[in-house]
Design a protein around this ligand. Structure first.
Ligand code: M6R
Length: 611
């Protein structure tokens, strides 16, 4: 987490505003504090940093008259080491205010390094792990008198994860970027270079990027770059053209990214249909090796976090049903405790492709000699690059911290995969494939018709937004919908919300229910409709206020519900893609009505790059 941005040009751009705009596009990565360091054309540092949002930093900057400059770095922080304060905000400096560093990640051995530097007379001004980096470069430079070598010596001594942007007043035309396990991208402009934690920050300036690999250092000047490994060996890197355009990362007419992304879902599904279905066939498993791999496995373990795990749980129902392969699902952070053998396929699911827990799960599987298939949104992200096989979900940039369009895109891909695998294994016939393809093609329209209910959902939100507890219930393939509905609500509205398997209520949680509990029951027409109805009835009998998500014309559920949200009737295995839409909207409106910052909920961040 944390977002870092760096810029070096020839004076063609205003450095301060270029950095601020870059940081605004990275703010989803952390928003505890923000800061910038600029070297002006006289070789002086202008350092401004503030606790709070980038808007607070901008306000502080109004009091500064920044002289002409060509180079600078910026940071938006999600605090790990050291409380949220002005002092702990990045950039951090060495003792002589010569070197400035911004950092995304964690330096695990910082206490030991700090002590070593204190013993040599360095004075620290923050509680962060990052500050040791500036001091250590300073220390090595005393003896080496070679700045780049000092950086190399320093990074080799750091344990942990880090993406860094570094400035040195003695080298006012040089911006250094370093990557180990935290993402860092170089943008190559016309007489200018950029460094950023993620692509959207670079998009307004250039589509030509280089993705740094682990243990690489980039030395950037306005019109040239050099990339080397931690031993100083030069590396030849390929420049890539980004497919995303700048508009995809803009809010457009929407008040929040989350709402924009909810509304993008029909388009994202359409994109995946275009990409992965042709002439009545699914195309995910065209790669001979991937096909062979999947056909040879007798078990799949899906490891992921948060929303991606919920998509994985839907995937479990789909793969087990269509392809008859047993699937386990696990939080990535718990995956290391599972048993996997060479007959197991490990699957990683991640929107960002940078979630450290999931990356560690992937690395563990590789260490055990297993091949990994990943389902990822961000192209060329760490998880995508370290996996043996990747299937992209083509959702475009997702900026809102609450994941929405990535979730339905992940499930769509898992549905395609389950059907294709089922067909290859002989469990699904051509007629069934044709039926599902025709049903899948209707999905964009079906989702649009649910989005049309936004005003009704807003009304329900108005009625219930003051409640402090919610329960979400679902069964079968909509059990993960209940988990995801609850996660959406709790992460953006700070309401205590729990997702439960509806059948589990009677084994304990039913005791909670009284007339103060809104209970969202997801019960579209599926094979578990009657059972879920009985579970909902048990809640109704105890006075719970039921808000139900059901198929059109469901009179039975209507009788026991205070509010009813109807969705078009679709095949059971497509229901999770449709039934989550009203729950995303409900969470969005409730959070808004409670005055919460929907796109940037407190304490969390979009990309979790710490274990
Ligand atoms: O980028 P990933 O899909 O790996 O992220 C996993 C979780 O951190 C993420 O889904 C998180 O739970 C979201 N904030 C949920 O909306």
């Amino acid at each position: 987490m944390c977002g870092i941005f760096g810029y070096v040009g020839k004076g063609q751009k205003d450095v301060e505003s270029t950095i601020i705009v870059g940081l605004e596009r990275l703010e989803y990565r952390g928003y505890d504090s923000a800061g910038i360091a600029i070297i002006d054309d006289n070789g002086n540092f202008i350092i401004v940093k503030r606790k709070g949002r980038i808007s607070d930093l901008k306000k502080a900057l109004e009091n500064y008259n920044i002289p002409p400059s060509k180079i600078g770095i910026g940071h938006t922080r999600w605090a790990t080491h050291g409380k949220v304060s002005d002092e702990n905000a990045h950039p951090h400096l060495d003792s002589n205010n010569k070197i400035a560093v911004v950092h995304n990640g964690i330096i695990e051995n910082y206490l030991e390094l700090k002590q070593e530097l204190i013993d040599k007379g360095h004075v620290f001004t923050s509680e962060t792990d990052t500050e040791v980096i500036a001091h250590m470069i300073e220390e090595y430079q005393k003896y080496e008198n070679d700045y780049i070598k000092s950086v190399l010596y320093t990074v080799k001594r750091l344990k942990g994860t880090f993406a860094l942007a570094i400035l040195n007043r003695e080298y006012p035309d040089m911006l250094i970027g370093v990557r180990k396990d935290s993402p860092l991208i170089i943008g190559i402009g016309n007489g200018e270079m950029f460094l950023a934690s993620d692509i959207p920050a670079i998009l307004p300036h250039t589509k030509r990027i280089i993705i740094l690999d682990n243990e690489e250092i980039a030395i950037l000047k306005s019109d040239k770059y050099q990339i080397m490994d931690f031993d100083g060996n030069l590396k030849n890197k390929q420049i890539k053209e980004i497919e995303w355009d700048a508009q995809m990362a803009e809010k457009g007419p929407y008040p929040h990214f989350m709402l924009k992304e909810i509304y993008e879902q029909p388009e994202v599904i359409e994109r995946n249909i275009d990409k992965y279905i042709r002439d009545g066939e699914f195309l995910l498993l065209k790669d001979h090796n991937l096909r062979k791999l999947l056909l040879n496995k007798n078990r799949i373990v899906i490891q992921a976090a948060g929303t991606s795990l919920h998509a994985g749980i839907v995937g479990r129902y789909l793969i087990e049903h269509f392809a008859k392969i047993p699937v386990d699902t696990d939080y990535s952070s718990e995956f290391s405790h599972r048993i996997v053998d060479d007959k197991t396929l490990v699957m990683a699911i991640s929107q960002s492709g940078e979630t450290m827990d999931t990356l560690e799960g992937l690395r563990l599987a590789k260490k055990l000699g297993l091949e990994v298939l990943s389902i990822v949104n961000v192209v060329d992200s760490s998880i995508a690059r370290e996996s043996d096989y990747v299937i992209y979900i083509n959702a475009g940039p997702e900026i809102g911290v609450a994941s929405t369009k990535a979730y339905t895109a992940q499930i769509t891909i898992l549905l395609f995969l389950a059907l294709e695998l089922g067909y290859l294994k002989g469990f699904v016939d051509k007629k069934t494939i044709d039926y599902y393809i025709s049903e899948i093609r209707k999905l964009p329209y079906v989702i649009s018709s649910v989005l049309y209910k936004d005003t009704q959902i807003q009304y329900i939100a108005q009625k219930f937004h003051k409640h402090n507890h919610f329960m979400f219930l679902g069964r079968g393939i909509n059990y993960p919908t209940a988990l995801e509905g609850a996660l959406k609500l709790k992460e953006i509205s700070y309401i205590h919300a729990t997702g439960y398997a509806a059948g589990e209520m009677k084994h304990g949680p039913l005791a909670l229910i009284d007339e103060n509990w809104p209970v969202v029951v997801i019960n579209p027409k599926t094979s578990v409709y009657e059972k879920t109805f009985s579970n909902a009835h048990e809640v109704y009998t105890r006075g719970g206020k039921i808000i139900s998500v059901v198929s059109e014309r469901d009179e039975k559920m209507k009788e026991i519900s205070q509010e009813i949200i109807e969705i078009p009737e679709v095949d059971e295995f497509l229901t999770p893609i449709v039934s989550i839409i009203p729950l995303q909207l409900l969470a969005y409106h409730i959070a808004n009505l409670r005055g919460c910052d929907v796109d940037k909920p407190r304490n969390i961040a979009k990309v979790i790059t710490v274990p």
